[in-house]
Design a protein around this ligand. Structure first.
Ligand SMILES: [Zn+2]
Length: 343
């Protein structure tokens, strides 16, 4: 295959320093290794160059108090140690606590996403990967993939959680929105609450998420169908919460609806938040997708024929992560039967 036709790939070369061994350990370095092993076999990818970007791009999406806190606390926690958020301002949120470890809960919404030196460095590098890929799209590349961890889609403007620290999809989407209309399609098993919250009042960035219903699936408090955006953004956020058990046929109907919305909105750039946790046997999900289902999802998405940036989010069954990722990209790149599926 000619190099130019291959999928541009950035792997976060700092991901493995972020290694949580306590609560949150399923989000582990072996995930990237498992995926990479299969991608190497596919011959579909070319490795791209990751450039440096200033903090400005993060600060246009995330709250500066949160960013500065995360940076500062990561420098003060001794190497090898983590701070777990443990007290949360569900009321009286007017003041951030002075003590840095107590303050963790001021910017977080769960108790299993720790702060430490390496989380910041790995997440910060992930942002450079996402922005480099966005620039590739602007330069005319059709498909780019950012294989990174920690993931990002649960991080809102000023709160982190769900193993996520910086919302890579949102940062790339905001960057691309200066050049055209952007859609973020989140196909992780869990609701993409981060980009929903960040772009809730904007109409130039469409957000869609297909996920396990919040009545039983993390993050529990968002992802309902009636969350449609507000102000200028009303009608530009779509949630498709699905039951605990779904067949791929049911799922494909919903994905088709989502893709048709993206098409109707004259989208110029598509960002896919790729979760592999809809897979059979995933410890965080309840669905049972196989590699052929992921291939179909890829093909359907590819049938849009849009410049597409895929960013890695969740997926925790290490034995099948690689095969499922490879299947998705084979479908996306080939888009052989996507056209028939997408009417
Ligand atoms: Zn997930």
């Amino acid at each position: 295959m000619p190099e130019k036709k291959k999928i541009w790939l950035a792997v976060n070369d700092r991901h493995s320093i972020h290694h949580v061994r306590e609560r949150g350990y399923v989000e582990s370095p072996v995930r990237v290794k498992s995926i990479l092993k299969e991608l190497d076999k596919s011959g579909l990818f070319r490795t791209g160059k990751v450039r440096e970007y200033t903090d400005r791009h993060i600060l246009e999406v995330h709250d500066s108090n949160y960013f500065n806190y995360f940076k500062k606390v990561s420098q003060t926690i001794p190497k090898g140690q983590s701070v777990y958020p443990y007290v949360f301002p569900i009321r009286y949120a007017t003041r951030a606590p002075k003590d840095l470890s107590v303050r963790a809960g001021y910017y977080c919404f769960d108790t299993f996403t720790p702060l430490n030196q390496d989380a910041f460095l790995a997440a910060r590098r992930g942002v450079n990967c996402a922005l480099s890929a966005a620039d590739e799209l602007l330069a005319g590349t059709r498909y780019a993939y950012v294989l990174t961890r920690p993931p990002g889609h649960h991080t809102e403007r000023s709160v982190f959680g769900g193993f996520c620290y910086f919302n890579n999809c949102a940062i790339a989407a905001h960057y691309l929105s200066k050049h055209g209309r952007v859609a973020i399609l989140d196909i992780d098993y869990h609701h993409g609450n981060g980009q929903q919250q960040i772009f809730y009042g904007r109409k130039d960035i469409l957000t869609l998420s297909i996920h396990g219903h919040p009545s039983f699936a993390y993050p529990y408090f968002s992802g309902f169908e009636e969350e449609k955006g507000e102000g200028d953004g009303l009608g530009y956020n779509y949630n498709f919460p699905l039951p605990e058990k779904v067949t791929h046929e049911q799922y494909a109907r919903i994905l088709t609806r989502a893709l048709n919305i993206i098409k109707k909105q004259s989208t110029d750039y598509l960002i896919v938040a790729l979760g592999l946790d809809p897979a059979k046997g995933d410890p965080t999900g309840t669905w049972s997708f196989t590699y052929s289902d992921f291939a179909a999802n890829g093909a359907m998405t590819g049938s849009l024929k849009l410049p597409t940036l895929v960013i890695q989010e969740g997926g925790y069954r290490n034995q099948s992560l690689g095969v499922n990722a490879r299947a998705f990209f084979t479908g996306l790149h080939g888009a052989h039967n996507g056209k028939q599926i997408l009417k």
